[in-house]
Design a binder for this molecule. Sequence first.
Ligand code: GAR
Length: 219
Amino acid sequence: MSARRRVGVLISGRGSNMKALIEAAAAKDYPAEIVLVVSNRADAAGVAIAAAAGIKTRTIPHKDFADRATFDAALDGALRAAGVEIVCLAGFMRLFTPAFVERWRGRMLNIHPSLLPSFPGLDPHGQALAAGVRFSGCTVHFVTPAMDSGPIIAQAAVPVHADDTGESLAARVLAAEHRLYPIALALVAEGRARMEGDRAVIAGCAAPAEALFNPVPAP
Ligand code: GAR
């Protein structure tokens, strides 16, 4: 196999998606390795998880910087110093300057817990429940300047149940996130998913043949 792509993961908190990527990359035949985890918050629980897995970590508190541009420059410097080729946002709750997004164009991924373009931003599960959708899910996309937007690489749909709360729906979606992100990163690392204009082009992937129904039709 050719060399594994060097990945930097940016987090702000719990880091469960980061952990899923670390675990996937532990397999010898996975096409990417996690070489750096950066948090913008000193209290992010994910930093200890990454360190325990033997991964280099950096904390770069955004509060230490006068503005977005200088924070983004520090972040970019840390990523470059580690030889990062692909950036994965995993619960990283900061908007970037257009210059940073342009620098990593086609090489920066984000995961969001909704079927984008529905319900970007905060409280996507509350938004989904309020809208009464019968399916929600999660999306991995290439990052463009607007929040939770950009060409979609992969999605997983999960059913919304009649008795769901924000917490129960979030848990069902999160389990799907942990499976989806490693799949999407592998596609990008292998060069099978590429950003072309405002679309992601995916090579050689199967799509489901059947519709999903919720409620399930009577037999
Ligand atoms: C995840 O659900 C992720 O999809 C979401 O934050 C959570 C982070 O959890 N991201 C966004 O809402 C981005 N707009 P984690 O730290 O356990 O991976």
